[in-house]
Design a protein around this ligand. Sequence first.
Ligand SMILES: [Zn+2]
Ligand SMILES: [Zn+2]
Length: 441
Amino acid sequence: MQRPTLLILFTSLSLSLFSQNISKNPIMETVDNQIKKAKEIYIDLHQSPELSLMEFKTAKKMAAKLAELGFEVTTNIGGNGVVGVFKNGKGKTILLRTDMDALPIKENTGLDFSSRIITKDFEGKVAPAMHACGHDMHMTTWLGTLQALISLKKEWQGTIVAIAQPAEEVSGGSNAMIADGLFKRFPKPDYALAYHVSAELPSGTIGYYPGAIFAGVNSVDIQVFGQGGHGAMPHTTIDPVVLASRIVLDIQTIVSREINPVHPAVVTVGSIHGGTKHNIIPDQVDLQLTVRFFSDETYNKILEALQRITKGIAISSGLPKEKWPIVKTSNQFTPPVVNNAELVSKAIQPMKKLLGDNNVIQVEPLTVGEDFGKYGRTEENIPIALFWLGGVNKTKYQDHIENGTVLPGLHNAAFFPDFEPSYKTGVSAMTSAMIQLFNEK
Ligand SMILES: [Zn+2]
Ligand SMILES: [Zn+2]
């Protein structure tokens, strides 16, 4: 995920974020006092990653920490989900979310506290595990923010709903928690907030976007049928390899000719399989696609076009109706993460005051998916905002800008955030934003 045009913006960042005058701020002082303990928590989480839907021990740890902080804790919400409620007088209710799951990747960071875990995934397959998406950073920052808010509870009034979500990487966790009564059994949030650590932004910074920051994602399978036969006698067949090839080319026009150019979308054919041998025309070819979009309208247009184009190609080849292609969407639909612009604008004001204008940066949306968007799509209509938490070590970042060294991205075996400065920035910025939001009239 290299985007040099964006990165140039940060070349002039101040490298002394936590200068003396800033550290006198009570939020910063609280965060400074936490750092040693927080590092221990982070190292423990980093060394004991658990895969999606298998976050049993991690969930227990989160529940225990919440109880220690004085939260009313409920476990097993939507699987391994944990919900903590802390009431501090009359005021707004704010949900703060962390995710908990790791990825089946063999860690190659060289850290002395690297994960050596080999475990089983939810299907029973043996796999390595690593926090390559930084969810260990999310949990530590989340706990730190909750702790800071409680230390500073004289500064605000309201209710914290702290949630530790399972299964983000398989995009089922948020739905499962919602379906299990997240907004019915617990106080209904006025706002929902979250971070994702960034492998592109330097530590000391926060990235925001007042709209759809992450794309919606779905997988689509297309079965292309034909009438197989001898490769030497193609005239006696309807060749699905040729039909599938036409489909791959024709669907390129969905984004280029059917979707409004100012509405970004992606249609990628990532897999094409069919046939067994040089001289046999097969009966079937299978295509696997990923589609990305920033609005439901675009998504629906893409699906409609996929149906229409594949059907059209089948008809033109003379295939009977029962052999028209089957276009199937997966049940792992992830909607776009649509940040509420007003909430973003309220939250970044205290962040900017604390960190400096240059360190709270508007970023471009990305076409990756994150299941946080689902919290904003229920009948409760809760305004949500997800922020990027800069995670790249500043020296490495400078080297990247000056010499073009490659930074390992999220989901890369070599990715790890620069813990201390990222933690301090993340906790202090989120704490300041939440205090401001609790106190608004
Ligand atoms: Zn991820
Ligand atoms: Zn993630």
